[in-house]
Design a protein around this ligand. Structure first.
Ligand code: UT7
Length: 321
């Protein structure tokens, strides 16, 4: 059975944190931030807003913009690394908010790759005929877990949510996905909880995000072109057939390096990092939704999405829009 994304939306919190905000709190500069990352602004959740609120608002926007019904959703997947509590899941709270009568509900932890993992899982569930209408949500309130005394991470992160419906389709919308992981790199990017080691290596257990930026950059710039090739190969496509490349938006310079390696034009990239910073698993739905709003995405276009990050893990999928 074929599947497609039948509706897509986002929720972006109102509060803007520009680069001048960071110049005032840590030893940094607008010049350093823009030249190294491309980031101009990111958004921050309100003090009384929760990650569940972000998820709910993205789904409200999805129903408003597409007119799609969600009472008959039969599975909810929420990608997040910033739950306000480990249980109940955000997926269950979304079920409760919208009073969806009969649905499975789980949260998944795949960090910045989470939205693509969610789409891939939803595709498999619908293609197998197990479920009919799967709601995939990314909801990330990274600013609640950011160390604002660490200039190497605090300038990067922002908050946002995305939501998509995956349903059966007569023709092929979502193609064969790939995923993989390198667990030995876990210590390079983590959000600690109660343990003070990862794979036997000591870490800082302060419930904040920590990143070895250089190591993750090097891993991603080598990994992505290779995995893009693998994804294209299994779908019998070439990079020249891809109309829009939508990589995880962690750093614009990194996307430029990946595109240079693949000999792919930056003009055909959808990104969200310049305006919203690194929003973990929400960067890809943000970039897609902006592409839709700007009239860039045309029916039949081929999109290649690839998420990567904490794990270290990655997931990629090609979509015919
Ligand atoms: O979303 C999950 C996946 N994550 C990623 O893909 C992120 C990948 N990594 C990156 O995007 C980049 O590594 C960063 C943007 C995080 C950092 O950029 P970089 O060019 O790799 O910087 P660096 O960590 O190598 O640091 C270079 C210098 C250091 O100073 P010294 O030791 O050369 O004197 C840092 O202390 O830049 C300094 N630095 C800063 N200076 C001003 C680090 N952060 C800042 C800052 N402002 N905010």
């Amino acid at each position: 059975m074929h599947t497609k994304i039948t509706a897509l939306s986002t929720y972006i919190p109102e509060k803007v944190l520009d680069n001048a905000y960071f110049e005032a709190i840590v030893d940094t500069s607008d010049e350093w931030i823009t030249s190294r990352t491309g980031i101009h602004e990111r958004r921050s959740i309100a003090p009384d807003e929760t990650t569940t609120d972000l998820a709910v608002r993205a789904v409200e926007n999805l129903t408003k913009e597409s007119g799609a019904a969600i009472h008959d959703v039969d599975f909810i997947i929420v990608s997040t690394i910033t739950q306000e509590q480990n249980m109940p899941s955000i997926a269950s709270q979304v079920q409760n908010y919208f009073q969806i009568p009969a649905t499975g509900a789980i949260d998944i932890t795949a960090a910045c790759a989470g939205f693509v993992y969610g789409i891939s899982m939803a595709h498999s569930l619908v293609a197998a005929g197990t479920y009919k209408k799967v709601l995939v949500i990314s909801a990330e309130a990274l600013t609640k877990f950011t160390d604002y005394s660490d200039r190497t991470t605090c300038i990067l992160f922002g908050d946002a949510a995305g939501a998509a419906l995956i349903e059966h389709n007569e023709t092929e919308g979502i193609l064969k996905p790939i995923s993989g992981t390198f667990g030995d790199g876990g210590k390079e990017l983590y959000l600690s909880h109660i343990a003070d080691t990862i794979n036997g290596t000591s870490i800082e257990a302060n419930n904040r995000i920590h990143q070895n930026g250089r190591a993750v950059y090097k891993w991603a710039v080598q990994l992505v072109p290779r995995q893009v090739k693998r994804l294209l190969d299994i779908n019998h496509l070439t990079i020249n057939e891809i109309d829009w490349f939508v990589p995880h938006s962690a750093n614009l310079r990194m996307i430029e390096a990946i595109c240079a390696e693949m000999n792919y034009s930056m003009d055909k990239v959808l990104e969200s990092v310049t305006r919203y910073g690194n929003t973990s698993s929400s960067t890809i739905p943000l970039a897609l939704h902006e592409g839709v709003k700007q009239g860039k995405l045309k029916q039949g276009d081929l999109l290649l999405l690839i998420g990567f990050g904490g794990g270290l893990t990655y997931s990629g999928v090609i979509i015919r829009w």
